[in-house]
Design a protein around this ligand. Sequence first.
Ligand code: NDP
Length: 522
Amino acid sequence: MATMATRTPADPPIEPASTNGSGTVTRVDHAPSSWGLGDGAAIPWEYAPAPESRDVVTLKERYGLFIGGKDVAASDGQTFVTVNPATEEPLAQVARANAADMDKAVRAARSAFRRSWSTLSGKERAKYLFRIARILQERSREFAVLESMDSGKPIKESRDVDVPLAAAHFWYYAGWADKLEYAFPGRVARPLGVAAQIIPWNFPLLMLAWKIAPALAAGNTVVLKPASTTPLSALLFADVCRQADLPPGVVNIVPGPGAIGMSLVTHPDVDKVAFTGSTDIGRQIFKGVAGTDKGLTLELGGKAANIVFDDAPLDQAVEGIVNGIYFNQGEVCCAGSRLLAQESIVEPLIEKLKDRLATLRVGDPLDKNTDVGAINSRAQLEKITELVAAGRAEGAEMYQPACDLPERGYFFRPTLFTNVAQSHRIAREEIFGPVLSVLTFRTPEEAVEKANNTPYGLSAGIWTDKGSRILHMVKRMKAGVVWANTFNRFDPTSPFGGYKESGFGREGGMHGLHAYVRLEDR
Ligand code: NDP
């Protein structure tokens, strides 16, 4: 139920909460001039708490590694703790794999590849994938709550985006498993063997689905290392594999520190490596597989431009900008972190944007009204804080809405920088937080030049009323995905991937299958 607060735009901003131990700059320079109603009337809606129940999740005190279909302890008995970033409280102890465990997991995957998975027909493999998709849907609430607890993302996003999309990827690739000859006409598609997959913390279950579904559909077996801050949904997925009666060893899940990821990548019996994460680690992985015949796909960072022309529908563009950078706290590789606004509309656009930011609710990820949840880890919060401080020091003008932050947990206010120069760090570096840098342009050529002026090339957005302008721009943008009059839209049928330092290879769609097969002549 919503209640109406009495604060007016003319009131001073709410005194910010403490620094949450993060050192976050929380002073607010000005309150929004209206609340998006256009008449200056002040109706800052305050919502009664609507917390999702945690009861649907049964947390184990201790989670093992999932190797050969079994829940096993690390060979040296080591564990680590995964923490709820919204409360800073420990959630569970998780087995911490070492190099010997990785070797065991690769051997289990190889044995499953030889004995069962590669000998099944596509139709049989499809049955397992359909079963997994259905179980994910049946257990969607459990997955959504667990994902929000472990990662800090708002429940409405894990419930409406992450989990349904993860299931959709299994449905989609299940459909391809017995139709590979149509995906690659005139060729015979053979599986590669054992795939090593390393995933990040921003979309833990979804990245798992992006990687495991096409690999299994094409007949490969998998060893997957989740990120250390978000291992729980992958370990719950292990339970789904058991429930689906997936042959033991087809999927192995081995949480462990980053360095152990490298022993997986360089394991001599791995045939294919798929990595999503930072460009720095991507480079190391590239070196790690150099000189071998392993297949490699890298999906790395981004610094996407979201370009708004003067003929764009501004209110819709504002929603797209907000979705582009504040969705998942901005911890999105394809986030629209650079807004390029045409000079003639920059002022009204920024006014509308500030009004909209003032309505975003930051707080408990398990509250169904929350728009911006917790930052995934203290380390990530520190990185965001440092880059925001650099933005101020370099002369950009910061705006943050006046909202209270919870006293505990890793939270950061939605932040907007104007007067940003191309040379500023906040315009060049991937912040991976809820921070938008606004730049301006006069002509389409200038927009293209500025948009492409980045070492990255993952995604971009264009807002305009003219279809011809969209086509003109798309041809010139060096980005793997370009959204037109929308942003951050995902579909399992659509390929996704980057140029330049954003990596190479495509995931999703038929292109995503390509990375998991060896094509032979008939
Ligand atoms: P990383 O690239 O370090 O982590 C991604 C995955 O790689 C995790 O599973 C991590 O394991 C693993 N990993 C870490 N080191 C190695 C290694 N040497 N060899 C093999 N695997 C390794 O990202 P961070 O979590 O450190 O985030 C840092 C920055 O990277 C962010 O601020 C953001 O800018 C960017 N990033 C980009 C992502 C994207 O989707 N493009 C996703 C995540 C981050 P572990 O968790 O155990 O360290």
